[in-house]
Design a protein around this ligand. Structure first.
Ligand SMILES: Nc1ncnc2c1ncn2[C@@H]1O[C@H](COP(=O)(O)OP(=O)(O)OP(=O)(O)O)[C@@H](O)[C@H]1O
Ligand SMILES: [Mg+2]
Length: 282
């Protein structure tokens, strides 16, 4: 091999082995300080609810907040906030919809003609839409953008991990889904992608007796604290099964919530504030 070819081969090898950066810049009208993804190992554990609650509590702290609904085939954020209007597109991009308390939201449901029409698209198309939610939406000034991820480790979560400059992820787990395994999986995936895990939220581990207020651990003693200590991750909160929560979600009135769910979590994630995990709470 002559010198020139050897140099070209070496360069190509370097290109192949070095970690590639697929990140794309956001819209020029977007200025987003922190991006936090909400993930889980499997579906139905409460990712969307946790995303919505974190956004709500952060916005109640006076922060400018947005939610990017990256779940294209199962979008649920607009419904929780009672958003049914169509997002408007202008010459500079797509305008997010505002919830009653001025949380900015973008979701495929705000763009489809019929919100109950199923999205039957293949992976690359789904990933393309998520990318557009980042590049084409006029988020303007945000302190926090929360990304509601679809479950699992398919095309779309991978796209989010690779193209959005995530500052970290929050892992949602329910006690019955072998919390240790799920959290460890998320931990290893995030490590591979070089993204910090900001903490864990346990959902639906207990309920409060409506008569005596006693806490009933539905699945026995939670093992989350053990796992969290082992992996040196903070527990951001533990949410009970609360019929009020599901009722407010179903009625699109999550912003009427009075219980302080994930208030402590929002304070712990808010890097502009001193962390106060020892205060406990939800
Ligand atoms: N702590 C809770 N108390 C009562 N209902 C809850 C609670 N957490 C979630 N739910 C209800 O369970 C359902 C599933 O929650 P959610 O949509 O947040 O899960 P998900 O992990 O985002 O699901 P998917 O994987 O399908 O996106 C919702 O109807 C929600 O209202
Ligand atoms: Mg969801």
């Amino acid at each position: 091999m002559d010198k020139q070819n050897a140099a070209a081969a070496e360069k190509s090898r370097e290109e192949r082995v070095k970690p590639q950066d697929f990140r794309v810049p956001a819209n020029e009208y977007s200025n987003i300080k922190k991006i936090i993804g909400v993930v889980s190992g499997k579906g139905g554990v409460g990712k969307s609810l946790v995303t919505a609650l974190l956004a709500l509590q952060m916005s109640r702290k006076g922060k400018q907040v947005g939610i990017l609904d990256a779940d294209i085939t199962g979008p649920s954020i607009p419904k929780m906030f009672g958003l049914h209007k169509k997002a408007v597109t202008c010459e500079n991009g797509i305008l997010p919809e505002f919830t009653r308390d001025r949380i900015r939201v973008i979701s495929i449901n705000l763009l489809l003609e019929e919100e109950d029409a199923p999205v039957v698209w293949r992976g690359p198309l789904l990933s393309g839409v998520v990318k557009q939610f980042w590049t084409d939406v006029l988020w303007e000034n945000l302190d926090y953008l929360f990304v509601d991820m679809p479950p699992g480790t398919g095309d779309v979560p991978l796209t989010v991990f690779q193209t959005l400059p995530l500052d970290g992820i929050v892992v949602v787990a329910s006690p019955q889904d072998l919390v240790q395994l799920i959290v460890r999986k998320a931990y290893r995936m995030a490590k591979t992608m070089n993204i910090p895990i900001l903490g864990i939220v346990e959902n639906m581990g207990y309920l409060k007796c409506p008569d005596c207020g006693r806490q009933i651990n539905i699945f026995g003693e939670s093992r989350l604290d053990e796992v969290a200590v082992d992996l040196e991750l903070p527990v951001l909160g533990k949410l009970p099964v609360d019929p009020e929560l599901s009722r407010l979600c179903d009625e699109g009135r999550l912003e009427d919530l009075t219980a302080p769910y994930l208030v402590t979590a929002a304070a712990m994630l808010d890097t502009t504030e001193q962390r106060k995990p020892e205060q406990g709470g939800y």
